[in-house]
Unconditional design. Sequence first.
Lengths: 257, 983
Amino acid sequence: MSRFEPLNAGNLRSDGRRPLELRSFSAELTTHPSADGSASVSHGLTQVTACVYGPREAKNRAQTMHDRALVNIEVEVAPWAGEVRRQRTKGDRRTAEFAASVKATFEPVIQTTLYPRSEIDIHIHVLQLDGGLLQAGINATTLALVDAGIPMLDYVSSLSAGLYHTTAMLDLTNLEESDLPSVTVAVLPRSGKVTLVSMETRLHVDRFEEMFKLAMEGGKVLRGEMDKVVRERTKVLARQMEGGAAQDEDRMETDDL
Amino acid sequence: MVEITIRKRQREEEIQPQKKFFRKTRKGRVIKVLRERYLRDDIGCGVRLCPICASPPFTGQSPSLPVQGTPHPSFPAGHHLLPDTNALLHQIDLFEHPSFQSSLILLQTVMDEVRHRSLPLYNRVRNLVRNADEWVKGGAWVFWNEFREETAVGRKEGESANDMNDRAIRTAAAWYASHIGLAHAASSPAPTVLLLTDDTASRQLASALSIPALSVRAYVAGLPNANELGDVLAAPGRVEDKEATERRAIYDEYLPAGTLDAGVAGGKLYEGRFNPNQYNYLEGFINSAALVRPILVIGRRDLNRAVAGDLVVVELYPESEWKAPGDEVVDQDLTLAADDADDSDGEEGGEAEHRLAAQEERDARDVGKRNPLEKHPTGRVVGIRKRNWRAYICHLDPSTLSSSATTSQSQQVVFATPVSPNLPRIRLRTRQAPQLVHQKIVVSIDKWDVDSRYPEGHFVRALGQVGSKEAEQESLLLEWEVPYRAFGRAILDCLPKEGDAWVVPPKTEDSIVWRDREDLREMIICSIDPPGCQDIDDALHARRLPNGNIEAGVHIADVSHFVLPDNAMDTEAAARGTTVYLVDKRIDMLPSLLGTNLCSLRAHVERLAFSVIWELTPEAKIINVRFTKSVIASKAAFTYKEAQTRKDNLALTDPVSESIRLLNALAKKLRAARMAAGALNLASPEVRIQMESPESSDPVDVEQKEQLETNSLVEEFMLLANISVAAKIQETFPQTAVLRRHQPPPASNFELLEDVLLKRKGMKLDISSSGALANSLDTCVIADEPDFNILVRIMATRCMRPAEYFCAGSVSRETFGHYGLASPIYTHFTSPIRRFADVLVHRQLAAAINYTPLHASLHSRQHMERILNGVNRRHRMAQNASRASLEFFVAVALKGRAEREGAPAREKAFIIRAFRNGVAVFVSKLGLEGLVTFKREINFDPELYSVKVPSATGEVTLSVFDEVDVEISIEKDVNTQRGRVIE
C-alpha cells in the first residue's frame, strides 16, 4: 500500500476523479414502504439505507421527555459491506460512535419540540462500504426524515474532505481514507450552519480551514442533488393523490417544462 | 472558488467503470476488491498544437510533445514513440541518452507497471517527463489511458494481467493513431504513432490491428546516429534456437517465487542482502534476520548469479557441511585473465577457477574442522527476491578485444571490469571498443542467464580518460550515487530575491525577520573552524555571570529561515541529504549562496542564528538551558591554530581570548565527565592532502591531520548542544523527533579482534560496555608505538555498527542511546548547512519553542522515516565517496613523490590480516589499506595469524600487528587500471 499514489502527476485520483469531483451520487425515497419514511443513498460504491419510524409514542418511559421528542438511532452494518466479511456485534464501539455522531447531528435540526413525549426511531443500514460512511449515513437520514414528513430546519448534507500534501480532495474512497487525513462536515446549506465536524486523523491546523470550507461548499452541491430527488418524489406523490391517470401524468410533465 | 462537481457514473458501461480483482492477504485469505473507475473525456493527448485537446486539462501539465523527434527515414511524416513496459524498463539508457531525441508517449499502464517492477527506474522515467521542456527537440508525455473513455480496458474472462496490459497498450496506440489522424485531417499526412516493443507476439497482434510496431533494435538501426545509440541498447533477449538449448547450464535455475515465499515464511529458506567478500570474489555473506551469524556462500555455483546488494533467498546445507570462510585472497582479474568474452561457456577459462574452487573447498573444510568456532552456517542461493542492479563504473578489459579489431568499428564482445572489486565482470557488446579502452565507462547489467558465466550488460556512456581528475571524480560520484547536478531553476528561485545583497533588516517592531528573535549582536561571539572553511555553521561564546556561574552559547546558522518546508529547495536538499566533501571539490547540499554566504557565520557580519544558551557552574554542570532564534555578529573567525595561539598567549587579555579560555576550561571538564560516563575515544585514519596552491589541484604530499586542543573545544560544545536539543525535541515530539543513535555492537563483531590481540600481543579487550571497552582500549597500548595504539582503535571502530538517524516514535525508548558518546539521547543540530537531518531538527526545535508551527510533513512518522532512511543512505555513500576521493589523491600524490625521488615510496605499515597467500597492511601515515600477495609458496598459520615467508636470509615470520616496511607503488595495471599497493 506504500506505493499507493492518492493524486498522480496528471492531477487525477486513483479512481480517475479530479480532486474536487464527488463520486456518482444517487438517492431514492420510500424504499421501505412499511416505514414512515425511508431513503437509500449511494456515493460511488458506498450504499446506505435509512428508515424512520415515528414520531410515535415513546416506549421507553424512563427516557421520555415532556417537552420534546426523543431521537433514537440504530445502526447496522451488513457483514458483507466491507472488503472482509465481518459480523459486527450490537455493542460494537465503532457503530455506537457512528450512531452517536448521527444523533448529535440531527437532534438540533429536527424540530423535536413539536412532538413532546414521543420518539423518532431512525434505523440506518449500511449495505456497501467504500469510504464516507458518516456522510452517506447522514445524507440518507436527511432524506428519510424528509420522506417521513418530519419538520426540520433545513436539509443536512454531509461530505468528507481529505488532504494529500497540499491538495484538498473531496468525497474520499476507502483507499484514500486509510491513507490521508480527512474531515467529515455536515452543514445546513441554506444558513451555512455546521452541525457536525468529525475528524479522526491528525491534520495540520493551517490546512484545516481550506478543507473545511471546501467540504461545506461540496455539501451545498449535494443539497441541490438531494432537493431534486425530493421534488421528483413529491411530484409522483402529488400525482398519486390526484388519482392521476396516464394522460394526466403526461400533461403535468409538459406543464413543468 | 473552484467548481465542485459530481462525477456521474455511466450506467450503460458495465465493466469499464469498475475494477474487480482478488487479493490474497498475508494470512492467506482471499479478498475480493471492487474499485470504481471514472472515465473521462478531458485527458489530453499531449501533442503540442493538437486542436482537439487544445485547452490543457490541468495547469501543471502543458502539452509538450513536439510533432516529432529525430527524423526517421521510415516515417517521413514524423512519428511519436509509444514504448511498452519492457522496452522502457530495459532500454531506459537509450531514452535517457542525450542524442536520442524523441517524442515519447508514456502510457499510464506502462508507468504503473514500471513502478511496480522497479522504483528507481520509475523515478528515472519520471525525470524524463519532468525534463521534457529542457529538451531541444524531444519530449515526453504521460497519457492517462486508463481514465480516458476510449482507451480504458477491462479484464476479460480468463485473461492474465499482463495480457490485459498489453491489450491496453495496443488500444491506446490505435486510439492515438486515429486521434492524430483527426487532428491532422486538414494538413498533410499525420505523423505515425509507433509502438516500440521487443515482444514478437505483441508485434504480431499489433500488426493484425494495423498498428505500426517495431522492436527497439530495429527502430534504432534506422536512425542516423545508430552506431552511437546501438551500444546503449540492452543485450538482446535469448534467441530460441537449438544451440541455446544444447548449451550447458552453469547455474541452477531459481526456484519459483511462490516456493520462495513459502520457504521464507516457513523458516526453511532465509532472505537477506548479498554481501560479497572483498578479498575473495567467490565467497559472500548473507545477513539474515532469522539467524545470528551471517550465512556463508562459497563458490560460483552456490552464489548462483547473486550480485552485491541483491536481496537473495538462501537454502542452508546440513550442519555437517558447514564451512568457514577461506583465508586466501582470490582476485578474479588474475584468475580469469584468460577467459574469452565471446565464449559464454568459458570452460577452458574457468579451469584455473575450478582448481581454486576445489582448493578453497578443502581449505574451508580444514578450517572448519580445526576451529568449529569459525564455522558459519553455509548455504546456496536458490532465488533472487529483488535485484539491486545499478549502473556500474567499469574499465574495458583490453585483453578481451579481438586483436584484429583493435581499430575497427565492427561490433565485438568485450569484458568490462567494474571498479569495485566485489562485482563480477560484465559482458558487453560494443562498436566503439577501441575508443573506450582507456576510458572509464558506465555500464549497466541487463540479465544473467543460467548458461552464461558472466552477466550481460550494455554501455551507457563514457566518462573520460582513466586517471584524469575529471573522469575519476565523476566516476566516484556515480559509483556512490552522489547527486551532483547543478541546482535547477526551480531550486534557485527559492533563494531570497536580494541574492548576495541580502542583509539582516534593521530592527523594527513589525519586522517579520526580527519577530521573537533575540538581539545578540553585542555578544562576544567567535567561530573556530578548519583553515579555508567557507561554510561556517557554528559560533560560540562564553562569559562570566554576576552569580559566579558561566553563560556559554552555541550559535548555529539559521538555515531553516531560508529553507522552508515543502518547496523545491527543501525537496532537493532532502534528496541530497548531506554535503559531500571530496579532496578537491565540495558537492553542496544547499545552493552556495546560502552555504557560503547567507548562512555562513562570517566575522563582522550580522547573521541569523539559532542559539543554545546554557548557564553552567564553573564545574560545567548545567543549571539551565534555553533555545532561541537570534541575530549575531561574530567578532572573529579563527582557524583551530589561530584560536590555539590566542588561548596559549596569556599576554592577550582581550574579551575574545578570555572567552576562548573560558570555553576551553569548560570543554575540558565536559570531556572529562563524558569520558567518565564511558564515552569511547575512537579513531579513524585522518589524513590531509597538501595542495600545491589553492588554485591548482595537484596534490603535493600527504600528511596526517593535527589534533589541537581547540578541536576538542568545539567538539565538546557541539556535542553538548546536540544532546540538549535532542532532549528538548524528544520531549515535545515523542513520535517524530529526529534523533541519532549508535547501537551497541554485538559481541560477535569483536571475536576476531579480541582473539588476535590476545594471541599476538597478550592484550585483553573487555567489551561488556562502552565504558569497559574504553578502559580496556586505554590499556591496549604500547608506550612508544603511537601508530599501533591508533590502529587498535581504528580496528575497534570497524567492529562497531554505524550510527544512524531515526524517528523517535519508530524504535523503543531503550534503544535511543548513543554507544560511542555514552549519551542516552543524541541528535544532530549543529551543521544545518551540510546535513539535512540538522535542518529537520532546526524546524522541530523552532516548533518546540513556539517560534513557528510545525509543518504538516514533520508530523507524519512515515514521512520522516522515509526521509531519514534516505539521509542515512546518502550519509553512508558520502563517506565512501570522500574516502575514495582521498585514496585517489593519495595515489596521485605518491606517484608524484615517487617520480621526484626516483624510487617508489616506502612507508611503515602494520599487518592487519593474514591470508594463505598474502597479508593486508595498513599504512597509518597515509590512512591507506593495501594487500600484499606473495607469489612464492608461504607457510600460513591461521591459529597464530601469521605467515612464514622464505627469503634469502631464511624464513621471515609476519604476523598480525607486526610492523613492516612496505614499498608502495601505484600500479596502473594494464588490464584493470586499478591503483594498487604492492610490496
